[in-house]
Each structure stands twice: as C-alpha cells, then as structure tokens.
Design a protein around this ligand. Structure first.
Ligand code: GDP
Length: 426
C-alpha cells in the first residue's frame, strides 16, 4: 500500500484512530495533513489506552516515521505535553517530525476562539476552543507563523509586529480583553521553538525520497467529510479540509500519489457540536446508544462532551464516501449495535413532503426528516469474531446494507476498540 488515506465519511469520531493504529504496523510513514489538537483519536493497544490529539497514530511503532505535514495546525506546547503524556502512559518511544512549513497555533488563537464562542452565546458553533478557526483565518490572511519562523528571533518579531497590533484591536475593542504584548510573545515562541528544533524537517524532500524508495505512507485524516468547509454542513464545519483530496496538499505529496482511500463509516451516527443531524435520537433511546457507544460511551476524546447520537444515515454516508473518493470502506463500531432487536437505517430524507436521496446543502438539510427502513438485529456479542463468515447473518446483512448504500466495497469491519478486534473482508 504505497500511499493510503484513512479518512472519515461521517461527522468524525468514526474510529479512524483505531484503524490507523492497526494499519500503521504495515506503514513506514504516518502523516497528519490537517487540523490540530482539536482531533481526538482513541487508540487501545498493548501499551494501554491513549487519546491522541496532534500526534499521528504511528507513534507506537519503532519502524514508523510520524510527520505533521504543512497543513497541520501545530500547537507546540500541546504537542510537547502530549508526547510527555504518551511516554508517561507507557508508549516506549513516541517520536514526531514537523514540517518546517507547518504553521503554529499562537496563544491568542486559542483565546480568540474562546472569546468568540462566548460572544456568540446560544449561537456558538460548539468549537473545541483549541484555536482552529482563528489559526486558519490568520493563515489565509497570510499573517500566520511557520514552524521555520521560530528559529530566527528578528524574523519572528518582524512577522508578529503587524499581527499583534491588528489582534489587539479585536481583543480590546470587540471582546474587552487584555491586549497582547509583542516581546513576551516573541520570547515565548522562541523558547518553544528551541524545544522542537530537532523535530523540524524539510518534509517535501523527505516525502520525495520516501516516494522514490517505495515507502508505505499512511495519511491519517481527522474529523469527517461532513465537516469539510466546502462540502460539509457549513458553517458547522471544521476550518480545514478533512478530505482525501486535500491530503496530498496538506501532507505535501503529488496529487496522483494516493492509491487507496479508506472511508471510515460508523455503524451508527454520532456528531459533536451544533448543526443539522437528521437521524439524531433523543430520550432514552439516544441515551442508551450513547452509553453503549465507543469504548466507554460516546464522549468526546478531546473535550469530554457527550456526543449526539443517531441511527446510520445512508444519505449522508453515501455523500461522505463520494466526496472522499473512497475506494474501500471500513465499517466501525459494529459490535455496539448487538443489543438491538431491530435497527433502523435512514435510506432517504423527506423535505417539505418530497422524498430525496441526495444530501442537501445546510439550509435544506435543516428541514430534512429521516425515512427509515428497519433491519433485524443480531442480539449477541460479536467482539470476538474475526471472520466475516462467522458474523451472525443479521450482522452480515447490516454490513451489506451499508456497502450497497455507499456503493463501495467493505474491506474492514471493526468489532471493538482494541487493535486486534478487526475483520478483514476479502
Ligand atoms: P476517531 O477520531 O475517528 O479516531 O474516533 P474517536 O477515537 O474519537 O472515537 C471512536 C471511539 O470508538 C473511541 O472511543 C474508540 O476507542 C472507539 N472504537 C473504535 N472502534 C471501535 C469499535 O469497533 N467498537 C467499539 N466498541 N469501539 C470502537
């Protein structure tokens, strides 16, 4: 598998971390290509249980090189802390390289994220408040700071001077907050830079060489297709593209490099934060699915917030797989549904009395009502099953229903949070 992308086809939290941890064993490089520490991948392996935020899932293996590509939002302090926590948690030797062209999350990005969510009050987006929107806004305003800028005080000071005066107008006059001071900020960033200097690399040269020598590269997506700023449920999206199409850009590979796009599809739906969510379950039905979901209930790995949950949405998933350009599917968390007699799946939406099979833009999606078909449940624990043929027929039929909804072959079925709880479908 020279270049494989593992991406989400839903709203995120589909179990990409578990799959990447598994696939990293046969990868030489594992690369994050967008987002930042707002990600939360839960990985359970022989060293224990870990919530990864910025660090790629290959860090548990000695043979992998782990890279934060130029598209990533690098919060240097958070990265150093995460690496220290991984070591303290029993990971033997977590090592990460950072692209010199990756940009740095600055302290005021986090502050502005928090202040803006507070200002919006009831209309808040449900941001993880890790600074992503202000970070990417600054990047595209061309006032961001690259990792390579952290190693030259004069250059850094010059880059920050304009930024500080602009940000202070916002801080003082829009939010009534304390202004930034240039020199302490420069000192703080230089000190952080000194701690990551050894990790900073020319990632373009590294990847060109890796491609030439046929290295196996795993591109690790964050969130899911429905959070893409262009193709997702805008404005309830993330601030960078989690699509495989962007993975080459955010990692620094040629556009034609990706050979496999593994779309991770959750056997039911979950969604963190605000925004339309057609199959959302409320009441005791939703509470039960939330408590039984994930490895210990559906609660955000980064924020601890309860996730909204619902039935599998074939309309959203088909769309998610299409915009990801999926070549194969990984169906995850199938084991969670083993308590149900019957399992509804949403096969169409009804909007203003009209049935539609296409995923609409946000304004229409807000009015969409799910149309369900009901499949039989299997009412047993499948977490020890390792072959498709050994799954109960109802579980096989459920997976086949997902496959035919997406129109893409299922290659992997995850039946538990641990690395080995996986079925390869041939
Ligand atoms: P990611 O961001 O896509 O990596 O997903 P998260 O890690 O945020 O959320 C997925 C949750 O489901 C985590 O708690 C995982 O440990 C858990 N998980 C992953 N795969 C499975 C599975 O097949 N079965 C169960 N029960 N839990 C799983």
């Amino acid at each position: 598998m020279p270049v494989t992308a593992v991406v989400g086809a839903n709203w995120g939290d589909e179990g990409k971390g578990k799959l990447c941890d598994y696939l990293a064993q046969s990868s030489d490089l594992v690369i994050r290509f967008q987002g930042g520490r707002n990600a939360g991948h839960t990985v359970i392996n022989q060293y224990g249980k870990f919530a990864l935020h910025l660090v790629p899932c290959g860090v548990f293996y000695d043979h992998t090189t782990n890279l934060l590509g130029p598209g990533v939002a690098v919060d240097v302090a958070a990265l150093l802390q995460e690496l220290a926590e991984l070591r303290a948690g029993g990971a033997p030797n977590p090592r990460v390289l950072i692209a010199e062209r990756a940009q740095v999350v600055l302290p005021h990005h986090v502050e502005l994220d928090r202040l803006e969510e507070a200002r919006r009050g009831a209309a808040a987006f449900g941001s993880t408040q890790t600074g992503m929107a202000p970070f990417y806004a600054d990047k595209y305003l061309k006032v961001g700071i690259q990792v390579g800028d952290l190693f030259d005080g004069d250059h850094l000071r010059q880059r920050l001077r304009q930024t500080v005066s602009r940000i202070n107008v916002l801080l003082e006059h829009l939010y009534g907050a304390a202004p930034l001071r240039l020199e302490p900020l420069v000192e703080e960033l230089l000190a952080l830079g000194a701690q990551v200097r050894d990790m900073a690399v020319d990632s373009t040269a590294l990847l060109q060489q890796a491609l030439r020598s046929g290295k196996r590269i795993l591109l690790e997506g964050q969130l899911g297709a429905l959070r893409d700023p262009d193709h997702g449920i805008y404005p309830y999206t993330t601030s960078s593209s989690p699509l495989a199409g962007f993975a080459t850009v955010g990692a620094g590979l040629p556009a034609r490099a990706i050979e496999r796009v593994v779309a991770t599809v959750k056997a039911y739906s979950s969604c963190v934060g605000a925004g339309p969510f057609a199959t959302e379950l409320s009441g005791s039905c939703g509470d039960e699915l939330r408590e039984r979901g994930g490895d210990a209930g559906e609660y955000g790995a980064t924020t601890g917030r309860p996730r909204r949950v619902g039935w599998f949405d074939a309309v959203a998933t088909r769309y998610g797989c299409a915009v990801q350009g999926a070549s194969e599917l990984a169906v995850t968390l199938l084991d969670v549904l083993g308590y149900l007699d019957a399992i509804p799946i949403c096969t169409a939406y009804e909007v203003d009395g009209v049935r539609r099979a296409e995923f609409p833009s946000t304004a229409v999606l807000e009015r969409a009502r799910p149309v369900y078909e009901t499949l039989s449940g299997w009412r047993c624990d499948i977490s020890d099953v390792r072959r498709f043929a050994d799954l109960p027929p109802q579980a096989q039929a459920y997976v086949r229903a997902i496959e035919s909804a997406a129109g893409i072959p299922v290659r992997w079925i995850s039946v538990g949070p641990r690395r080995e709880q996986i079925i390869r479908v041939s």
